[in-house]
Write a protein that binds this ligand. Structure first.
Ligand code: NCD
Length: 308
Protein backbone atom coordinates (compact mmCIF):
# COMPACT_ATOMS: atom_id res chain seq x y z
CA UNK A 1 0.00 0.00 0.00
CA UNK A 2 1.57 3.26 -1.09
CA UNK A 3 -1.28 5.47 0.11
CA UNK A 4 -0.08 8.18 2.47
CA UNK A 5 3.60 7.25 2.16
CA UNK A 6 6.45 9.71 1.75
CA UNK A 7 9.28 9.08 -0.72
CA UNK A 8 12.57 10.41 0.62
CA UNK A 9 15.11 7.81 -0.55
CA UNK A 10 14.83 5.27 -3.36
CA UNK A 11 14.70 2.35 -0.92
CA UNK A 12 11.59 3.68 0.81
CA UNK A 13 9.61 1.62 -1.69
CA UNK A 14 10.18 -2.11 -2.15
CA UNK A 15 10.96 -3.62 -5.56
CA UNK A 16 7.38 -4.93 -5.70
CA UNK A 17 5.99 -1.48 -4.95
CA UNK A 18 8.15 -0.03 -7.72
CA UNK A 19 6.76 -2.66 -10.10
CA UNK A 20 3.24 -1.47 -9.29
CA UNK A 21 4.25 2.10 -10.17
CA UNK A 22 5.98 1.08 -13.43
CA UNK A 23 2.94 -0.96 -14.49
CA UNK A 24 0.62 1.92 -13.78
CA UNK A 25 2.93 4.37 -15.59
CA UNK A 26 2.92 2.09 -18.65
CA UNK A 27 -0.90 1.96 -18.64
CA UNK A 28 -1.13 5.74 -18.40
CA UNK A 29 1.45 6.18 -21.18
CA UNK A 30 -0.52 3.81 -23.39
CA UNK A 31 -3.57 6.05 -22.97
CA UNK A 32 -5.56 4.40 -20.16
CA UNK A 33 -8.22 6.85 -19.06
CA UNK A 34 -9.30 5.47 -15.69
CA UNK A 35 -7.10 7.89 -13.72
CA UNK A 36 -7.93 10.99 -15.73
CA UNK A 37 -10.11 12.73 -13.12
CA UNK A 38 -8.95 10.64 -10.17
CA UNK A 39 -7.31 13.55 -8.29
CA UNK A 40 -10.15 16.04 -8.69
CA UNK A 41 -10.26 18.13 -5.50
CA UNK A 42 -6.70 17.19 -4.49
CA UNK A 43 -3.84 19.68 -4.26
CA UNK A 44 -0.13 19.27 -4.83
CA UNK A 45 2.24 21.83 -3.30
CA UNK A 46 5.60 22.18 -5.02
CA UNK A 47 8.18 23.87 -2.82
CA UNK A 48 11.33 24.47 -4.83
CA UNK A 49 14.20 26.08 -2.96
CA UNK A 50 16.51 25.26 -5.92
CA UNK A 51 16.12 25.64 -9.71
CA UNK A 52 14.29 22.98 -11.71
CA UNK A 53 12.60 22.55 -15.07
CA UNK A 54 11.70 18.89 -15.57
CA UNK A 55 11.07 17.78 -12.03
CA UNK A 56 8.78 20.64 -11.05
CA UNK A 57 6.94 20.94 -14.34
CA UNK A 58 6.51 17.19 -14.78
CA UNK A 59 5.05 16.94 -11.26
CA UNK A 60 2.70 19.85 -11.88
CA UNK A 61 1.71 18.52 -15.30
CA UNK A 62 1.17 15.08 -13.75
CA UNK A 63 -1.18 16.48 -11.10
CA UNK A 64 -3.11 18.60 -13.61
CA UNK A 65 -3.47 15.60 -15.93
CA UNK A 66 -4.94 13.61 -13.03
CA UNK A 67 -7.54 16.34 -12.57
CA UNK A 68 -5.95 17.84 -9.44
CA UNK A 69 -4.58 21.31 -8.77
CA UNK A 70 -1.21 22.76 -7.82
CA UNK A 71 0.13 25.53 -5.59
CA UNK A 72 3.71 26.41 -4.74
CA UNK A 73 6.79 28.41 -5.52
CA UNK A 74 9.72 27.93 -7.85
CA UNK A 75 11.80 30.65 -6.26
CA UNK A 76 12.53 30.67 -2.52
CA UNK A 77 12.92 34.46 -2.87
CA UNK A 78 9.17 34.75 -3.35
CA UNK A 79 8.31 32.68 -0.25
CA UNK A 80 8.65 33.46 3.44
CA UNK A 81 11.97 31.64 3.39
CA UNK A 82 13.27 35.03 2.23
CA UNK A 83 12.00 36.51 5.53
CA UNK A 84 13.87 33.85 7.44
CA UNK A 85 11.05 31.36 8.08
CA UNK A 86 12.33 27.88 8.88
CA UNK A 87 11.64 25.13 6.38
CA UNK A 88 9.92 23.16 9.16
CA UNK A 89 7.39 25.97 9.74
CA UNK A 90 6.80 26.41 6.00
CA UNK A 91 6.09 22.71 5.62
CA UNK A 92 3.91 22.54 8.72
CA UNK A 93 1.67 25.24 7.27
CA UNK A 94 1.69 24.20 3.61
CA UNK A 95 0.81 20.63 4.54
CA UNK A 96 -2.41 21.93 6.06
CA UNK A 97 -3.32 23.32 2.60
CA UNK A 98 -2.14 20.52 0.30
CA UNK A 99 -2.61 16.75 0.06
CA UNK A 100 0.96 16.07 -1.04
CA UNK A 101 4.19 18.09 -0.97
CA UNK A 102 6.97 17.88 -3.53
CA UNK A 103 10.09 19.56 -2.28
CA UNK A 104 13.58 20.41 -3.54
CA UNK A 105 16.25 21.91 -1.33
CA UNK A 106 19.99 22.55 -1.52
CA UNK A 107 20.30 20.99 1.95
CA UNK A 108 20.95 17.30 2.42
CA UNK A 109 18.33 15.73 4.66
CA UNK A 110 15.81 18.55 4.12
CA UNK A 111 13.06 16.30 2.74
CA UNK A 112 13.42 13.82 5.59
CA UNK A 113 13.17 16.66 8.09
CA UNK A 114 10.15 18.07 6.24
CA UNK A 115 8.38 14.71 6.39
CA UNK A 116 8.60 14.84 10.19
CA UNK A 117 6.70 18.14 10.30
CA UNK A 118 4.26 17.49 7.49
CA UNK A 119 0.69 16.24 7.82
CA UNK A 120 0.79 15.22 4.16
CA UNK A 121 3.17 12.85 2.36
CA UNK A 122 6.42 14.46 1.23
CA UNK A 123 8.17 13.58 -2.01
CA UNK A 124 11.86 14.41 -2.18
CA UNK A 125 12.57 16.16 -5.48
CA UNK A 126 16.28 16.49 -4.62
CA UNK A 127 18.08 17.29 -1.36
CA UNK A 128 21.50 18.78 -2.06
CA UNK A 129 23.99 16.22 -3.33
CA UNK A 130 22.16 13.45 -1.52
CA UNK A 131 19.13 11.85 -3.24
CA UNK A 132 16.61 12.33 -6.02
CA UNK A 133 14.30 9.30 -5.83
CA UNK A 134 11.75 10.34 -8.45
CA UNK A 135 14.54 10.76 -11.00
CA UNK A 136 15.48 7.21 -10.04
CA UNK A 137 11.93 6.01 -10.73
CA UNK A 138 12.25 7.68 -14.14
CA UNK A 139 15.66 6.10 -14.77
CA UNK A 140 14.70 2.59 -13.61
CA UNK A 141 11.45 2.69 -15.58
CA UNK A 142 13.30 3.83 -18.72
CA UNK A 143 15.86 1.02 -18.45
CA UNK A 144 13.13 -1.53 -17.79
CA UNK A 145 11.06 -0.38 -20.76
CA UNK A 146 14.02 -0.66 -23.12
CA UNK A 147 15.75 -3.71 -21.74
CA UNK A 148 12.92 -5.57 -20.00
CA UNK A 149 14.74 -5.73 -16.64
CA UNK A 150 17.98 -5.21 -14.76
CA UNK A 151 19.48 -8.71 -14.51
CA UNK A 152 23.09 -8.76 -15.70
CA UNK A 153 23.19 -5.03 -16.47
CA UNK A 154 26.60 -3.38 -16.70
CA UNK A 155 25.80 0.17 -15.63
CA UNK A 156 28.27 2.97 -16.36
CA UNK A 157 28.07 6.33 -14.60
CA UNK A 158 30.16 9.16 -16.01
CA UNK A 159 30.90 12.73 -14.90
CA UNK A 160 30.26 14.24 -11.50
CA UNK A 161 29.77 11.18 -9.32
CA UNK A 162 30.66 13.07 -6.16
CA UNK A 163 27.90 15.68 -6.14
CA UNK A 164 25.40 14.09 -8.58
CA UNK A 165 22.42 13.08 -6.45
CA UNK A 166 20.81 11.23 -9.35
CA UNK A 167 23.89 8.98 -9.50
CA UNK A 168 23.73 8.25 -5.79
CA UNK A 169 20.03 7.38 -5.89
CA UNK A 170 20.20 5.22 -9.02
CA UNK A 171 23.29 3.37 -7.81
CA UNK A 172 21.61 2.56 -4.52
CA UNK A 173 18.45 1.45 -6.25
CA UNK A 174 20.24 -0.77 -8.78
CA UNK A 175 22.14 -2.65 -6.06
CA UNK A 176 18.84 -4.27 -5.12
CA UNK A 177 18.67 -6.19 -8.40
CA UNK A 178 20.77 -9.27 -9.03
CA UNK A 179 23.73 -9.35 -11.36
CA UNK A 180 24.13 -5.60 -11.82
CA UNK A 181 27.75 -4.53 -12.26
CA UNK A 182 28.91 -0.91 -11.88
CA UNK A 183 31.54 1.06 -13.78
CA UNK A 184 32.23 4.53 -12.38
CA UNK A 185 33.95 6.95 -14.74
CA UNK A 186 35.12 10.25 -13.26
CA UNK A 187 38.16 12.37 -12.50
CA UNK A 188 39.58 11.43 -9.09
CA UNK A 189 38.21 14.68 -7.63
CA UNK A 190 34.64 13.77 -8.57
CA UNK A 191 34.56 10.08 -7.70
CA UNK A 192 31.65 8.40 -5.87
CA UNK A 193 31.29 9.08 -2.14
CA UNK A 194 32.80 6.54 0.23
CA UNK A 195 29.46 5.48 1.64
CA UNK A 196 28.47 4.09 -1.77
CA UNK A 197 31.78 2.27 -2.14
CA UNK A 198 31.29 0.81 1.35
CA UNK A 199 27.78 -0.29 0.47
CA UNK A 200 28.95 -2.03 -2.72
CA UNK A 201 31.77 -3.76 -0.85
CA UNK A 202 29.44 -4.87 1.91
CA UNK A 203 26.94 -6.31 -0.55
CA UNK A 204 29.77 -7.95 -2.51
CA UNK A 205 28.77 -6.20 -5.72
CA UNK A 206 31.25 -5.97 -8.56
CA UNK A 207 32.35 -2.43 -9.48
CA UNK A 208 35.30 -0.64 -11.01
CA UNK A 209 36.47 2.96 -11.13
CA UNK A 210 38.36 4.65 -13.94
CA UNK A 211 38.94 8.10 -15.39
CA UNK A 212 38.92 6.87 -19.00
CA UNK A 213 35.55 6.60 -20.72
CA UNK A 214 37.01 5.18 -23.96
CA UNK A 215 38.61 2.33 -22.05
CA UNK A 216 35.33 0.97 -20.67
CA UNK A 217 32.53 2.20 -22.94
CA UNK A 218 32.55 -1.05 -24.93
CA UNK A 219 31.54 -3.07 -21.84
CA UNK A 220 28.49 -1.03 -20.92
CA UNK A 221 24.79 -1.79 -21.40
CA UNK A 222 23.82 1.61 -20.03
CA UNK A 223 25.83 4.83 -19.86
CA UNK A 224 24.48 7.44 -17.44
CA UNK A 225 26.06 10.79 -18.33
CA UNK A 226 25.91 13.66 -15.83
CA UNK A 227 26.54 17.38 -15.63
CA UNK A 228 29.35 18.66 -13.40
CA UNK A 229 27.34 20.25 -10.55
CA UNK A 230 28.66 23.79 -10.53
CA UNK A 231 26.42 24.89 -7.64
CA UNK A 232 28.02 22.40 -5.24
CA UNK A 233 31.64 23.54 -5.79
CA UNK A 234 33.29 25.73 -3.19
CA UNK A 235 35.88 26.83 -5.73
CA UNK A 236 34.89 28.15 -9.18
CA UNK A 237 38.36 27.49 -10.65
CA UNK A 238 38.08 23.85 -9.72
CA UNK A 239 34.72 23.71 -11.49
CA UNK A 240 36.15 25.34 -14.62
CA UNK A 241 39.02 22.87 -14.65
CA UNK A 242 36.73 19.84 -14.35
CA UNK A 243 33.57 20.86 -16.20
CA UNK A 244 34.51 19.40 -19.57
CA UNK A 245 36.21 16.26 -18.30
CA UNK A 246 33.98 14.10 -20.53
CA UNK A 247 32.24 14.85 -23.78
CA UNK A 248 30.34 12.00 -25.40
CA UNK A 249 30.63 12.25 -29.19
CA UNK A 250 29.53 10.01 -32.08
CA UNK A 251 33.18 9.08 -32.46
CA UNK A 252 33.31 7.69 -28.91
CA UNK A 253 29.92 6.00 -29.35
CA UNK A 254 31.48 3.93 -32.15
CA UNK A 255 33.30 2.02 -29.41
CA UNK A 256 30.03 1.18 -27.61
CA UNK A 257 27.68 -1.78 -27.98
CA UNK A 258 24.93 -1.34 -30.56
CA UNK A 259 22.26 -1.66 -27.90
CA UNK A 260 23.92 0.42 -25.15
CA UNK A 261 21.52 3.09 -23.95
CA UNK A 262 22.66 6.60 -23.10
CA UNK A 263 20.74 8.17 -20.22
CA UNK A 264 21.09 11.65 -18.73
CA UNK A 265 18.85 13.22 -16.07
CA UNK A 266 19.23 16.59 -17.90
CA UNK A 267 19.96 19.49 -18.02
CA UNK A 268 22.77 18.66 -20.45
CA UNK A 269 25.61 21.13 -20.84
CA UNK A 270 28.67 20.05 -22.85
CA UNK A 271 28.90 16.46 -21.73
CA UNK A 272 26.90 15.05 -24.65
CA UNK A 273 27.56 16.51 -28.07
CA UNK A 274 24.25 17.40 -29.74
CA UNK A 275 25.17 15.20 -32.73
CA UNK A 276 24.58 12.22 -30.40
CA UNK A 277 20.89 13.16 -30.05
CA UNK A 278 20.07 11.51 -33.39
CA UNK A 279 21.69 8.20 -32.45
CA UNK A 280 19.04 5.60 -31.51
CA UNK A 281 21.01 4.80 -28.36
CA UNK A 282 20.38 8.33 -27.01
CA UNK A 283 17.27 7.93 -24.87
CA UNK A 284 17.50 10.99 -22.58
CA UNK A 285 14.61 12.89 -24.12
CA UNK A 286 12.40 9.79 -23.99
CA UNK A 287 13.55 9.39 -20.39
CA UNK A 288 12.44 12.96 -19.57
CA UNK A 289 9.07 12.41 -21.26
CA UNK A 290 8.51 9.18 -19.33
CA UNK A 291 9.22 11.12 -16.11
CA UNK A 292 5.77 12.67 -16.26
CA UNK A 293 3.98 9.31 -16.58
CA UNK A 294 5.88 7.77 -13.71
CA UNK A 295 5.09 10.83 -11.56
CA UNK A 296 1.40 10.49 -12.45
CA UNK A 297 1.55 6.86 -11.29
CA UNK A 298 3.39 7.90 -8.13
CA UNK A 299 0.92 10.66 -7.23
CA UNK A 300 -2.11 8.44 -7.90
CA UNK A 301 -0.60 5.73 -5.67
CA UNK A 302 0.39 8.03 -2.81
CA UNK A 303 -2.97 9.82 -2.91
CA UNK A 304 -4.73 6.46 -2.82
CA UNK A 305 -6.76 6.87 -6.00
CA UNK A 306 -5.08 4.22 -8.14
CA UNK A 307 -6.85 1.20 -6.69
CA UNK A 308 -3.50 -0.40 -5.74
C1 NCD B 1 19.07 16.66 -11.89
C2 NCD B 1 19.06 17.20 -10.49
O1 NCD B 1 18.37 18.17 -10.19
O2 NCD B 1 19.74 16.59 -9.67
N1 NCD B 1 18.09 17.25 -12.69
C3 NCD B 1 16.85 16.69 -12.76
O3 NCD B 1 16.11 16.68 -11.81
N2 NCD B 1 16.53 16.05 -13.89
C4 NCD B 1 20.40 16.64 -12.53
C5 NCD B 1 21.19 17.92 -12.60
O4 NCD B 1 20.74 18.99 -12.19
O5 NCD B 1 22.30 17.84 -13.11
Amino acid sequence: MLKGRSLIEPEDFSEDELEVIFKLAAEIEEGASFLRESCRGKLLASLFFEPSTRTRLSFEAAMLRLGGGTIGFAEPGSSSAAKGESMADTVRVVSSYADVIVMRSPKEGAALLASRYSQSPVINAGDGGHHHPTQTLTDLGTIKKIRGGFEGLTAGFCGDLKFGRTVHSLTKALTRYTGVRFVFISPGELSVPNYLRDMLNKKNIEYMETDRLEKVIGELDMLYMTRVQRERFLNEEEYLRLKDSYILTLEKLKLAKKEMMVLHPLPRLNEIDIEVDEDPRAVYFKQAAYGMFVRMALLASILGVSGN
